[in-house]
Design a protein around this ligand. Structure first.
Ligand code: AMP
Length: 470
């Protein structure tokens, strides 16, 4: 099936061809004709399915069909939960709309507002925004939403998770009643359904197979390992298999920073990306990673949300997420648009319940492969997630400040699934029982040292280790 058979104009088909797309993805096949007909849509699709083009292409076509003379009012509004996603959607709008005489702007917090005001003043047809900064503009009357024809809520579940519901409702109240509404969400909780009921008018439901669930193109593996040896194992995997581009997830901002520093000390170029970093630092880290200058990007769930990195070959869960759905989002960074990908989870005894929850959600068991030399010590006791002994902190990257929309009022944050406690006794036994802990801190990088120790046996066992997973 081709793009023009979906009813897209020559200009849009040309732009799509220039992106190198030859065939529409399943969500595009369903969404494009429906949106072109002017219908409301409720789509279950996550990042990696091609959903952005699924709503952007028909949106551009509909706006392009009717040119506005004189001062341009904003006619389409796309709301996204994070700055990164806003920037990416904005880039897609520019790419796909390059042969159309439409103007777009992206507005999000954490950067100066004046250039955004200037851009809006000149008139834009399509506005991509995060809710907080959009409310800033609305309160300063630097944007007018009274002529909106199409509203898109992208990653609506994430927006609700991040506590944006009040902001969204405030924004909705300012839109004209007569408009087309498109809601994209990876999951459908009761809250999303409630929002959809109040927002959508006889919506067409689109559900693409959760490709991350089917995950045919994503090879998932769990490496059981002691909590204190995760970093060493990660360095070893990256070094021994010569991974060039790895996205690594940690639960906390502090954990992301610490891990990136430790990897650097192991001689591996790494950068951390999370909500406490300035927008400039985040953009730079991402650009360096995409260009191959930084080999490892360590990210928290929020920071990584919606990151569009093509053909990312390796995703590592350094720590499992507290929320099982986040596992699906995380591994969705790899194996995108039909490319092969590998998702590896380093799982210690503390995380076995989280692993069971994830396996229940994805309805499959993830193969467990113990890496020789990194066998978990069976005497180590589980500790509550987030305890000090684990090196984690409790400031989970869930707060809205983490998303840079500093103008918003405070909102509910998702709580860590368990309460912390200082389980000192258990940790002492773990240290006592693991002679390898702490080796390699000074002098030679730990992974390299360990690699030398086990290199020959590893090389022999590698194929069965990673090849025979399923
Ligand atoms: P999205 O789900 O919108 O984040 O898109 C995921 C990735 O798929 C992006 O890198 C897009 O550039 C890419 N993509 C979107 N549509 C297609 C297509 N029809 N063929 C190949 N790649 C696509």
């Amino acid at each position: 099936m081709s793009f023009d058979s979906l009813g897209l104009s020559a200009e849009l088909c040309r732009a799509v061809a220039e992106q190198g797309y030859t065939e529409p993805t399943p969500v595009q096949r369903q969404a494009i004709p429906t949106i072109l007909e002017g219908k409301d849509v409720m789509a279950g699709a996550q990042t990696g399915t091609g959903k952005t083009a699924g709503f952007t292409l028909p949106l551009l076509q509909r706006l392009g069909e009717r040119q506005i003379n004189g001062r341009r009012p904003v006619r389409a509004l796309v709301l996204t939960p994070t700055r990164e996603l806003a920037a990416q959607v904005g880039a897609s709008v520019s790419d796909y709309g390059q042969h159309l005489p439409l103007r777009s702007a992206v507005i999000f917090g954490g950067v100066k507002i004046n250039p955004q005001i200037e851009k809006l003043r000149h008139g834009v047809d399509i506005l991509v925004a995060t809710p907080g900064r959009l409310l800033d503009h609305l309160s300063q009357k630097t944007v007018d939403l009274s002529k909106i024809e199409i509203l898109v809520l992208d990653e609506a579940d994430r927006m609700l998770d991040m506590g944006f519901i009040r902001d969204i409702r405030k924004i909705l109240a300012l839109l004209p009643k007569n408009r087309q509404n498109l809601l994209f969400s990876a999951t459908f909780s009761g809250d999303i359904k409630k929002l959809a009921d109040s927002l959508l008018n006889k919506p067409v439901h689109i559900e693409v197979a959760r490709r991350n669930m089917a995950a045919d193109s994503i090879d998932q593996t769990v490496h059981p390992v002691d909590r204190k040896r995760k970093r060493e194992l990660l360095s070893f995997l990256i070094g021994s298999q010569d991974w060039r581009q790895v996205l690594v997830f940690t639960r906390t901002k502090h954990g992301a920073n610490k891990l990136a520093q430790q990897l650097e000390r192991d001689g591996l170029s790494a950068a951390a990306i999370h909500g406490n970093k300035s927008q400039g630092a985040r953009t730079r880290a991402l650009a360096n990673f995409k260009q191959g200058e930084v080999r490892i990007l360590v990210a928290t769930d929020i920071a990584a949300r919606g990151l569009d990195i093509d053909q990312l070959p390796h995703v590592v869960n350094f720590e499992l997420p507290n929320v099982p759905e986040d596992y699906v989002h995380r591994i969705g960074r790899t194996g995108r648009a039909g490319n092969e990908g590998e998702a590896i989870s380093l799982v210690c005894v503390d995380e076995l319940k989280l692993l069971r929850d994830i396996e229940r959600l994805i309805k499959r068991e993830i193969p467990k492969v113990t890496v020789p030399g990194y066998e978990p010590d069976p005497t180590i006791q589980a500790e509550p997630i987030g305890s000090k002994r684990q090196g984690g902190n409790l400031r989970h990257d869930r707060g809205r400040r983490a998303h840079g929309n500093s103008a918003n009022t405070s909102h509910a944050q998702r709580k860590p699934s368990r309460k912390p406690s200082g389980a000192k006794g258990a940790a002492a036994s773990s240290t006592g029982n693991n002679p390898k802990e702490g080796t390699g801190r000074k002098g030679k990088p730990q992974a390299a040292a360990h690699q030398q120790r086990t290199a020959s046996s590893q090389r022999n066992e590698r194929p069965s280790l990673l090849g025979g997973k399923r």
